[in-house]
Design a protein around this ligand. Structure first.
Ligand code: 9MR
Length: 446
């Protein structure tokens, strides 16, 4: 035995003794990889968050998915100026407070979004002359940050202040037009004075690769750092689709900002699409963040496709039935986690869609998609609500529990699927008067 391994042995024994004294049993054997996004990200020293809407927290599947998978939240609209100060000097925090207390009681972090932005800005702000606008902006920052002092890990102090396109110019807004370039600096200085413990971020979109807009933000941050203007982080929204895919220099761009001495955060990630293309995009984003030590966390812009701001593009990790998508598996795998039920790296996801419908029955179709590795077989379950009965199935081999309501489905013959590839099976549900949609269990792959 080498000296090093003997030292390690002694250390292990010492640790076991400490744990035993503390009344904790030391576990031996291989630790199981984390099986949720939040836990897997935490093992990598990052948070994994979602944008949350207060009005969905009462939906149990929404809350369960949020609580199980995520460890940070961003109020999607509830902290914006139109929500918190729609009338000058009269502050309303009800919906935002609901999200903050939901998060705090479950140990989740909260990102604050956003203090100074041209959009979702009440009309009265745009009507103010310069001196009054300056007072109103600083008062808004002061009031909102004071209300949430100590509860927000990072604030998007200024959002989307630059124009799209090649000019690198500032976007026109009441703040820009009346206060000039200095409004961003003023907002950050005010924010620092109110809550010195919160990380202060500049947040924008179309800045995810090296381009004229991100260069303009880069120069702003560089100037702030050189002059000692407080700034701690830059948020990269990362709204992607086929016209605006994950840039090839995404990681390099994150790294050049990090090299200026700020943290970087992926703040509003969503990628339109489906299947393996979407899964690959998500995996690339997560791997880029993990490769940049100052990339401290990732937030996806919503929990489920059905409530996304661009629901038609199905851009998120959970479908409208809260089933994990291939994109979910890709993210979890990239974070070093393992799907529940997915042995080793083999993993799959299932989604349900209703097909044909008659007065007494309907057809359901389940699509099984392999994760980022090929699988040799899969199993999933479909549960119908009594008195419904499944009368026929196709493209699969079913077995049944004693109630006859839970069908376990395996492939017909060869169940192998390439990474990201899909197959589907179908079945007919006799409604017997009940039209409730079937529920899917997890997908198990090997
Ligand atoms: O997702 C938000 C949506 O519900 C609002 O209607 C919309 C209004 O502007 O804002 C959406 O969130 C935006 C975020 O606050 C800033 N970056 C772009 C996001 C998507 O539009």
């Amino acid at each position: 035995m080498s000296i090093a391994s003997r030292a390690r042995g002694a250390l292990t024994l010492g640790l076991a003794a400490v744990l035993a004294t503390a009344g904790v049993t030391a576990l031996s054997g291989t630790a199981r990889a984390a099986s949720t996004l939040g836990a897997a990200a935490a093992e990598k020293g990052r948070y994994f968050g979602a944008a949350v809407a207060a009005n969905h927290l009462g939906e149990s599947a929404y809350a369960t998915t949020l609580n199980t998978e995520f460890n940070s939240v961003t109020p999607e609209n509830e902290m914006k100026w139109d929500a918190t100060e729609s009338t000058r000097g009269s502050f309303t925090y009800g919906a935002a407070d609901q999200i903050v207390s939901h998060a705090q009681s479950r140990g989740m972090k909260v990102r604050g979004h956003t203090l100074v932005w041209h959009s979702q800005l009440p009309g009265w702000v745009g009507g103010l002359a310069a001196a009054d606008l300056r007072t109103a902006m600083n008062n808004h920052i002061t009031q909102v940050m004071t209300h949430y002092k100590g509860k927000i890990h990072s604030w998007d102090v200024v959002n989307e202040a630059f124009q799209d396109g090649g000019s690198g110019a500032r976007r026109s807004s009441p703040f820009q037009d009346r206060l000039g370039n200095g409004f961003i600096e003023e907002a950050f200085r005010t924010a620092r004075s109110v809550d010195p413990a919160a990380k202060l971020c500049y947040n924008d979109y179309n800045t995810d690769g090296v381009n004229a807009k991100s260069n303009a933000v880069y120069n702003l941050v560089k100037d702030f750092k050189a002059r000692g203007v407080p700034i701690d982080c830059v948020g990269f929204q990362s709204h992607f689709n086929s016209a605006s895919p994950v840039p090839g220099d995404y990681q390099a761009n994150l790294q050049r900002f990090a090299d200026l001495g700020v943290d970087v955060q992926i703040t509003e990630l969503d990628i339109e699409g489906s299947g393996s293309a979407q899964a690959t995009g998500y995996g690339n984003v997560v791997r880029a963040c993990l490769a940049v030590s100052r990339c401290t966390g990732i937030t996806v812009w919503g929990v489920t496709d059905k409530y996304s701001w661009r629901a038609g593009g199905t851009p998120l990790l959970f479908d409208g039935n809260y089933a994990r998508k291939a994109a979910y598996t890709s993210v979890l795998t990239a974070l070093g986690g393992t799907s529940p039920g997915g042995g080793g790296s083999a993993a799959c996801t299932v989604t349900y869609a209703k097909a044909e419908e008659w007065s007494d029955r309907f057809n359901g179709r389940v699509t099984v998609t392999a994760g980022s590795s090929a699988i040799s077989t899969w199993t999933t379950t479909v549960t119908v609500t009594s008195p419904q009965k499944i009368s026929t199935t196709w493209n699969g081999t079913p077995t049944w529990d004693s109630s006859g309501n839970v069908m376990t489905m395996k492939p017909n013959g060869n169940g192998s699927l390439a990474a990201g590839a899909s197959t589907s099976f179908g079945f007919t549900v006799m409604t017997n008067g009940t039209t409730t949609a079937p529920r899917l269990g997890g997908c198990t792959a090997s």
